[in-house]
Design a protein around this ligand. Sequence first.
Ligand code: ADP
Ligand code: MG
Length: 225
Amino acid sequence: MILELRNICKDYIQEKMVIPVLKNVSFSMEEGEYVAVMGPSGSGKTTLMNIVGCLDQATSGTFWLDGQDMSTCSENELSDIRLKKIGFVFQNFQLLPRQTALENVELPLTYAGVSRKERRERAAQALARVGLEDRMQFRPSQLSGGQKQRVAIARAMVNHPKILLADEPTGALDSTSGQQVMDLFQSLNEEGVSILMITHDREIAGYAGRMVSIRDGILRLEEQP
Ligand code: ADP
Ligand code: MG
């Protein structure tokens, strides 16, 4: 099992009021699965993703990632796990604007302490993998939305994570670029990468092997899309 969530609750405190955002979410994912999470705006999708991505911790419940109980990890251990096991892709790409595509992709390798030469090589390979070998020295402002997202995918994959977490990865893209992103996800999944993808587009969700839906913080398992 790559992911296992049991009775996960997440509350936010807003002006002394407790706001329950995730309500007893139980969900698991086998290694190599490709799952889409669908739900309307405000339903708790990003909150769930932040917990699964070890960016935030649940209020209660248990969460295992790759067989390891995350609730007992320190901040340092969590950031180490994020770096080694998880790749992130966001709707708005989250690239550093003043860095080239190559430098953006190198960043996780820098954090991982990889030597400069190896960083260059691996980042260049990752960019070639997403079809951007001729855009390595471009900055984000010189790239189209689809190209930016492919840089972000290269960055997410450069450390060979076990799971790719994608929050509305096609949300800011036209349909052709969105299709390219879905093709990339498909081939990564065929290579064994587990993928958890948030979307509110049913057509995009159809690329996944399985779909779950969330509404008002309650997760429901659905049939095959
Ligand atoms: P989605 O990604 O499905 O649109 P979110 O997970 O971003 O939904 O948000 C779910 C709910 O949690 C919303 O009602 C939102 O207002 C609330 N929420 C999200 N983050 C915070 C926060 N940091 N503090 C308080 N409330 C939050
Ligand atoms: Mg969201």
